[in-house]
Structures are given as C-alpha cells and as structure tokens.
Write a protein that binds this ligand. Structure first.
Ligand SMILES: NC(=O)c1ccc[n+]([C@@H]2O[C@H](COP(=O)([O-])OP(=O)(O)OC[C@H]3O[C@@H](n4cnc5c(N)ncnc54)[C@H](OP(=O)(O)O)[C@@H]3O)[C@@H](O)[C@H]2O)c1
Length: 201
C-alpha cells in the first residue's frame, strides 16, 4: 500500500482517480476549497505548507490546474499568464518541491490534455501550457535521483465534462473518467518514467 498525495480529488478526473487508487492505497487529498488539506498550486508558500503537513509520501498525483480559454484575437498576456501561473508553474512547483518529500522509488504524475496535440478554438493557452508541462516531464525524468519517476497524463475530453466543455470540442469522441484514471494508475503503480500517457479514443 502506498501513501499518495492527490491534488484535485473532487474534480472530474480526480474523483475517478481517487476511486481507483483509493481502493488499494492511502490517499491524502488537497484542493483550494476541498480535500483533507487546503492548497493553491499557484502559491509557493501554500504548496510548501501542504508538503510539510503531509510529510513523506510514495506518490504525488496532480489532477488540477487552470488555464484560460478564449479567442486568440482578444487574448491578453495577462489572460495567457493564468495558465502559466496555475497549470504550468503550479504543477512544476509541486514537482520541484514534492521530489524532496518522496520516498525512494516514488513518483510524480501531472496532468496535461489533448489540446497540446490536437488544438481547439480558444485553446491556445491550454495548448502551450500542456506542451510545456510535457516538456518538463521529459526533462525532469532523466535527472530525478533515488529511482524517482515522473509522468504526465494527457486526457481528451471526458464524457463527464462534455456538458461543460463539449462546445469547445466539436465532434471529439469523449472518454469516461474511469478510463482516464487507468493512466494515473499506470503512472503510479507501473515502472515507466518520462512518459506522456495519452488517453484519446
Ligand atoms: N475534464 C476534462 O475533460 C479534461 C480533459 C483534459 C484535461 N483536463 C485537465 O485536467 C485537469 C483537471 O480537470 P477537471 O475537469 O478534473 O477539473 P475540475 O473538475 O474543475 O476539478 C479541479 C480539481 O482541482 C482542484 N483545483 C483547481 N485549481 C486548483 C489549484 N490552483 N490548486 C489546488 N487545487 C486546485 C479543485 O478543487 P478546489 O476547487 O477545491 O480547488 C478540484 O478538486 C485540468 O488541468 C484540466 O485542464 C481535463
């Protein structure tokens, strides 16, 4: 049984990940306003305080991170910065600080998304941020010591999220959250590192 810190356990992805991993492991959950602990990924001190409170873990899983969706022709640098500060730097921050609380052989699993490979209208911030997180995972994996691993999961639109975001992804076939959760299981329980587990079709 592993001790796993899961950020975003109440979200569409996080709930399914919690259901699967929680059946076999000890979960400690965190979110801005939900979970066992409060944390804002966009805030250094908040992430450091979370890790201090939780102590040593075997895995860190992030199923959280916000981006700005909106037309390129109206986008401001300030709006673009939302994704940089939250989903990109928030997850990078979690990994940079989190590596030091991982037990030997532990893992970090971050979340990206299909927009990095298959762009949608209004999704340029998501495309850039997801690609940057994936680049970080590739680069970080070869430097992590002590048998530590890092991967990303890139889901397409979840079936459970189609009411909320379906209009942004016309004609895109959705995947059930339970299937997306398997990629997180693969990252946490399997041997691979430096991978992007794409869950499309
Ligand atoms: N849903 C999809 O179809 C889909 C597809 C591809 C990629 N993704 C990506 O997957 C990630 C999760 O998506 P989701 O749809 O599951 O989101 P969601 O349903 O909105 O849930 C987000 C979860 O993360 C927590 N959270 C959000 N911002 C946070 C922050 N700054 N610090 C700490 N916790 C935070 C939320 O809890 P609190 O509100 O309590 O903070 C909640 O538990 C996002 O990065 C999204 O881009 C989603």
């Amino acid at each position: 049984m592993k001790k796993i810190l899961l950020i975003g356990a109440t979200g569409a992805i996080g709930q399914a990940v919690a259901k699967n991993l929680g059946a076999r492991h000890q979960l400690v959950t965190a979110g801005r306003s939900s979970g066992d602990h409060r944390v804002d990924l966009a805030d250094d001190a908040s992430v450091a305080a979370l890790l201090e409170a939780v102590g040593k873990v075997d895995a860190i899983v992030c199923a959280a991170g916000n981006v700005h969706f909106g037309p390129l022709t109206e986008m401001t640098a300030e709006q673009f910065n939302i994704g940089l500060q939250d989903k990109l730097l928030g997850q990078v921050r979690l990994a940079l600080l989190g590596q030091h609380v991982l037990n030997d052989g532990g893992s970090i699993t971050l979340t990206t998304g299909v927009a990095a490979d298959d762009p949608v209208r209004g999704g340029s911030n998501a495309a850039a941020v997801n690609a940057a997180v994936e680049g970080f995972v590739l680069g970080a994996a070869i430097e992590l010591p002590r048998g530590l691993r890092i991967n990303a999961v890139s889901p397409t639109l979840l079936t459970e999220s189609s009411a909320a975001y379906g209009a942004l992804f016309p004609g895109v076939e959705t995947v059930p959250a339970a299937r997306v959760a398997l990629a997180y299981v693969r990252s946490v329980e399997g041997p691979l590192t430096g991978r992007v587990f794409r869950v499309w079709q």
